[in-house]
Structures are given as C-alpha cells and as structure tokens.
Design a protein around this ligand. Structure first.
Ligand code: PLP
Length: 380
C-alpha cells in the first residue's frame, strides 16, 4: 500500500546524518530539532501555532481538552472515518453524534450536521477524509450561526489546499478553531514512528494546549490544569524536517498517480473514481492541490467488493478497505438515538469502497498492472 523504503532511499543521506546528530547531541526529547520543525511547519501551513505531540489521536484529544469541552457536550462528526475521531470524543466523556457523509466526496454532509445540532452541541469535527478538505465554508458558517467550535481532523489532509467561495486559498487544518494531524509513517507527512501535532491561530488556546501536552504545567511543577504527557521526540522531528521540504512534491506524485489511475478507469461503468471539489467534473484537479490523495478510493458497483480484494491480493496487489464498518454500528459507539435510515450513504459505502496502493513511488508499470487486474475483475 505504501513504499516507505523507496522514499527513504532518496533522502537517506540527510536522514541518516541528522539522526546521528540527534544521537550524538543526546537531546532526545524537546530538543532543538523539535522546535525547528515546529517553526518550519508553521511557515509551511501559514498558521501561528503548531504544537507537536505524540500522535494524531492525542492531538485530537488535546485539542478538545484545550477547548474545555465538558461531559454532556455533544460533538458532531462523520460516521465514515477512522475510529480515533470518535474514540477521543467518547474518552473525554463527551457525547459523540455521528452523521452521514456525502456519497461523492466521502466527507461529512453539512445538511446532516445541521439536522443533528441541539442546544447541547458544542463542536463539529470534520475529517479531511482521504486527503480532500471537507466543505469548510459551509461548516464554518454553520458553526458561527450556532456558536460551535470546529476541530479539523487533518490526519489525512496535510498539504491540501482549500479554496473558499471568495477565492481565498488556505491549507487544510488552518480554517477551523483548531486542528490535529498525525505523522504516522503511512500518512502524507510521516515520520519513522509515532508523531502528531495541533495547529491553531488562537494565541490563548495555543498557550493552554502547550501546557496540556506537558502535564498541565505552565510554570515548572505548578499544575494548573489536568494535562497529559504527549510529545514528539527529536528523532521523529529530524525525520520530519528532512521530509517537509518535499511534502508538496510528494503530494504531487500522489496526484499524478491518482490521475493515471483515473484515466485507466475511464469508461468502466461500474467503477466510480474519486473526485476533487473545486473543478467540477474534473476527476483530479489540475489547477490546485485540493486533494492530496492520502488514499485513492474507488466505489465498485454491482460487484462483490470482498471478492475483488481477494482477487487483487492473490495477484500480490495490496489494497485496503477504509472503512469496512460504519462507526455507528461499532459495539463501542452504538447509541439508541441512531436510526439506520439516517446512515444510508455510509451503509452503502462500506460495501463498495476499495483503496488502491497510493504512495510517492508508484510507477507506470505498477499502475497498469493494478488497474488491469481491477478492470478484468469488475468487467468479467
Ligand atoms: C491516522 C488517523 C488518526 C490518528 O492518528 P495516529 O497518529 O495514528 O494516532 C486520526 N484520525 C484520522 C482520520 C486518521 O486517519
């Protein structure tokens, strides 16, 4: 699914020497590399504050802690996402409210958010699923109307650009009140272990969050709030510093691969290829980086998706099903408020989606091999 080794070979000299420097400096935690990475990521994203932490799940949890959400507060998020999103809501004693998604771009459906808002609603968590920014103009307008926080789960969308209706371009993760991301190795900007970060333009919130990641300490050994221990280590920071200057190029390679996949599937009537948002009708946008293809996810219609997965695996082609079970049907997150008819889209998508190998090192032969295998199966 990913080729981290091939990517490493190209930056090996820089990564090896900087890792060695960290070892020799013995500044393993909160060293200068972490601070430099933080500044570089702030510049790249155009955000005032990046607060590095241990992983993307922590990042989301800490963002919610920073907003001082309280038990009983309702937080609306998508039914079709990775479980981490709903997990931290539940873990903090907040009430997750799952809503259905859009069948075209897989992102949270704004009308469904609107219907789910109650007097107890405090926040919305849009996930930029598979690397495509959620409809942030509409989400921000709705949030303003109802005085809600917006916490972007940007684990899959780092480097993606969102173009507002007024033409303003902003990086995903810098639009809501606060955002989280993950540097898990397979993410678009991945380190060689676990890592994550929180972004915000709010000075006060950034200050609060800097204390929360460090045991609620603002002055050494004075614990003003209940915090956690969540930090990015220097080795991960140095790997991320080596990769960040290549992020746009990495995302471009992903888009290029997506474009080739989509071209190969053109005219295959029972395959729906993924689309961007800004260029209506253009499957893979040429003019911007609205989609960074963390995953390239097809919908296969009138076809046994699980048999397709097996067929591809038999030919040595890895593929993924993200996600096979709607969150509202997961044992941990069931809630009697949910009605099946409110999740028609997710219930359908979980049967149809399949994600093909997607990374920065895919070559034309691999893409042809993969697309041929898929087409042979779905048209037979
Ligand atoms: C990967 C991911 C996370 C969690 O990140 P970790 O670093 O693995 O904790 C959260 N949300 C989404 C949508 C993800 O894809």
């Amino acid at each position: 699914m990913v080729d981290l080794k091939g990517q490493y070979e190209k930056i090996k000299d820089r990564v090896d020497s900087s890792l060695l420097e960290v070892v020799e400096s013995a500044a393993f935690v909160n060293g200068p590399e972490v601070h430099k990475f933080q500044k570089e990521l702030e510049d790249y994203l155009g955000v005032k504050h990046v607060i590095p932490c241990a992983n993307g799940t922590d990042a989301l949890q800490i963002a919610m802690m920073g907003l001082e959400l309280k038990p009983g507060d309702e937080v609306i998020t998508a039914d079709f996402t990775f479980a981490a999103t709903v997990e931290v809501i539940a873990l903090l004693g907040l009430t997750p409210v799952l809503v259905d998604v859009d069948p075209v771009n897989f992102n949270i459906d704004v009308e469904e958010i609107r219907k789910a808002i109650t007097p107890r609603t405090k926040a919305i968590v849009p996930v930029h699923l598979f690397g495509l920014a959620a409809p942030m103009d509409e989400i921000m307008a709705l949030a303003e109307e109802h005085d809600l926080f917006v916490i972007e789960d940007n684990a899959q969308g780092i480097g993606a650009t969102y173009t507002s209706k007024d033409g303003k371009k902003t990086k995903a993760g810098v639009i809501g009140h606060v955002a989280s991301t993950s540097f898990f190795p397979s993410k678009n900007l991945g380190c060689y272990g676990d890592g994550g970060a929180i972004f915000t333009n709010d000075d006060e919130l950034a200050h609060t969050i800097r204390g929360i990641v460090n045991h609620g300490m603002y002055v050494r050994y004075h614990h003003d709030v209940v915090g956690v221990n969540s930090r990015l280590d220097s080795m991960q920071a140095t790997v991320l510093r080596a990769k960040l200057p290549h992020l746009d190029e990495y995302n471009m390679s992903r888009r290029e691969a997506a474009r080739k996949y989509t071209a190969a599937f053109a005219g295959v009537h029972n395959i729906i290829t993924p689309t961007g948002v800004c260029d209506e009708g253009v499957p893979v946008c040429d003019t911007c980086d609205c989609h960074v293809f963390h995953q390239y996810t097809l919908r296969v219609l009138n076809c046994d998706r699980d048999a397709l997965v097996q067929h591809l695996n038999e030919q040595g082609i890895p593929c993924g099903v993200y996600y096979p079970i709607p969150l509202h049907l997961q044992k941990a997150y069931r809630d009697e408020r949910y009605k099946e008819e409110d999740f028609d889209v997710t219930n359908q998508l979980v049967k149809e989606v399949i994600s093909l190998p997607m990374h920065t090192e895919l070559d034309d032969d691999q893409i042809e091999f993969i697309t041929t295998a898929v087409i042979n199966f779905v048209t037979s």
